[in-house]
Design a binder for this molecule. Structure first.
Ligand code: A3P
Length: 286
């Protein structure tokens, strides 16, 4: 499909694909999809379909910026193009690669309270493993597959210490990744979005983002309605209504309150380091 040819005559609106001016860099399971879909309610936003994974996968990055640009949606003058690939946040090469594309790009980082994020991540991994293991039956397997291991078993080692190398825990140690971004970008270029508040009350978070992106405040209460069955806000505009897919807003397994308390204590110092880096306190429970 070739882009609509552009004329410089004023009454033809510009329609072409542009490299993103803003990127949602992560964190996975913090509401990256919800954030992108909510921003797309804005008439000045166009979003890339799916996750592009240009900067974090060498095989894509090697294809070059023109390949990346072609993955972007058509947009007209005055619109911003946004893509989201949550693994950008944790991949070491990404900040420098994004800077090389556009040193003044705007970055959106959505975070959640780290223990909730870890449980959400565990829930997703368990769903994926369960789906895969129904395809390949492991009849007579002497060890239970990872999918049936509880969160508590995976997170707490036999000696009672926290398994920091378990991926859902490691990714919640935000400061370990954030410092790399701040070595490459100024703090003003990165907006930290509160993912827990985006669930509770999306409009104030979106207002902050509109302001950060320099677009008119257009997304309002009229764009949301609470769906009691789903337990989350769903989106609407003049013509349609939609909730996010079932994989967004999963039911989490019950986790022992003792383990939750232990984890909150463990994360406390790490959260402080993150807050110092971003110069903002998100008041997560300790
Ligand atoms: P859970 O499914 O664990 O509840 P991501 O898109 O980055 O994978 O994030 C998924 C998370 O987005 C979900 O995690 C859910 O809590 C959160 N979320 C935020 N707003 C939502 C909404 N309006 N509908 C559904 N999920 C939403």
């Amino acid at each position: 499909q070739s882009p609509v040819m552009i004329s410089n005559t004023a009454h033809f609106s510009l329609t072409n694909r542009y490299l993103p001016q803003a990127i949602i860099i992560g964190v996975r399971k913090c509401g990256t999809r919800a954030l992108l879909e909510m921003l797309f309610l804005h008439p000045q936003i166009q979003k890339a379909a799916g996750e592009v994974h240009f900067f974090d996968r060498d095989e894509n990055y090697e294809k070059g910026l023109e390949w990346y640009r072609r993955k972007m949606p058509y947009s007209s003058k005055g619109q911003l193009t946004i893509e989201k690939s949550p693994s950008y946040f944790v991949t070491p090469e990404v900040p420098e690669r994004i800077r090389a594309m556009n040193a003044s790009v705007k970055l959106l980082l959505i975070v959640r309270e780290p223990v909730t994020r870890a449980i959400s991540d565990y829930t997703q991994l368990r769903t994926h493993v369960a789906t895969a293991s129904t395809a390949i039956t492991v009849e007579g397997s002497p060890r239970p597959p990872q999918s049936s291991r509880s969160f508590e078993e995976l997170v707490i080692r036999a000696d009672g210490s926290i398994n920091e190398s378990y991926r859902p825990i490691a990714i919640s140690l935000y400061h370990n990744y954030m410092h790399r971004w701040l070595e490459v970008f100024s703090r003003e270029q990165i907006l930290v979005v509160n993912g827990d508040q985006l669930i509770e009350d999306p409009v104030p978070q979106l207002r902050k983002i509109e302001n950060f992106l320099g677009i008119e405040p257009k997304i309002g209460r009229h764009n949301f309605y609470f769906n009691h069955t789903k337990g989350f806000y769903c989106l609407r505009n003049e013509t349609s209504e939609k909730c996010l897919r079932e994989s967004k807003g999963r039911r989490h397994p019950r986790v022992s309150p003792i383990v939750v308390t232990k984890l909150r204590k463990f994360f406390s110092i790490h959260n402080q380091r993150f807050f110092e880096l971003i110069n903002e306190d998100l008041n997560w429970p300790e």
